[in-house]
Design a protein around this ligand. Structure first.
Ligand code: ZN
Length: 279
């Protein structure tokens, strides 16, 4: 290292806050160079996003750690529900990982009455125990996990950040050194879908439909009979009829159209389906 570099390093070591701010400016600056296009898995749609896989993972991981800290008392780490979630997630993650090798997958089961599940950008999955009475079987759970994981591999959050001009705010949050207002921060967290009951912004209808399509093929690739997805979505539709819809259904189109569309993708999913040797 040259004397000048040493002096520069010494300057930053003495002033860590400045170093963080400069690091953040570098990250944000790199983002100004524009979007890159990528193809969604299965549906092969071209979309434009600005955050790299690595940045998406950092953003998701920050939120995941925060969630685990806040919900420590609700984490389920043994029992039938826990084993089922780990078992099914492992197979779905293996399939999704082929499309996103840079992501690191992990799943956590939280005790909650809410019938919900979500996957953060970069592969961290949260499942609420309240969804398990509706999923009922491994294939039912694979339907939900396939759908949620598809939101991550299709980079739906990065796409929404881009559309809402929040990519730079997200980059600042990732870098951790630039002032972000509480309002901006809340909007990004709401887009991540990790805000729980009222605080999450729903994905668009077309993103939901795309996640259904990709998720169906994922569950089939993972060795779960895709016809079971139709049975699951019917249960969801029934559960949301008459009473207040479960949170999972309220931000997901659980109507007859959805079931018809899923039926339309079944032949494609059947071709991808190889029954697991042992389950
Ligand atoms: Zn969804």
């Amino acid at each position: 290292m040259s004397g000048r570099a040493k002096a520069l390093l010494g300057f930053f070591v003495a002033r860590p806050l400045i170093a963080v701010v400069i690091a953040a400016v570098v990250v944000v600056g790199a983002l100004l160079f524009g979007t890159h296009s990528q193809k969604t898995p299965v549906t092969h749609r071209t979309e434009r996003v600005r955050l790299t896989d690595q940045q998406q993972m950092q953003l998701g991981d920050q939120q995941y750690e925060k969630t685990l800290q806040q919900s420590q008392a609700q984490i389920v780490s043994s029992g039938d529900g826990y084993s089922e979630v780990q078992r099914v997630a492992k197979r779905i993650e293996a399939v999704a990982g082929r499309d996103k090798p840079a992501f690191t997958w992990r799943v956590t089961l939280l005790r909650s009455k809410e019938a919900n599940a979500y996957c953060l950008p970069g592969g961290k999955i949260v499942v609420y125990t309240g969804i398990l009475p509706l999923t009922r079987t491994d294939a039912g759970l694979a339907t939900v996990l396939g759908h949620e994981v598809a939101h991550a591999t299709a980079e739906h959050v990065a796409e929404r950040l881009e559309r809402q001009h929040l990519t730079r705010v997200a980059a600042a949050i990732i870098a951790g050194g630039v002032a972000v207002t509480p309002g901006q921060y809340a909007r990004v967290v709401a887009l991540l879908g990790a805000g729980g009951e009222a605080a999450s912004l729903p994905f668009s209808r077309s993103q939901e439909s795309e996640a259904d399509h990709i998720g169906l093929v994922y569950m089939a690739r993972a060795g779960y009979d895709p016809r079971q997805a139709v049975a699951f979505w019917k249960r969801m539709a029934r559960a949301s009829k008459g009473k207040e819809p479960p949170e999972f259904a309220s931000d997901h189109p659980s109507d007859q159209h959805r079931i018809e569309r899923v039926r339309g993708w079944l032949p494609e999913a059947q071709r991808a389906y190889k029954p697991a040797q042992s389950s």
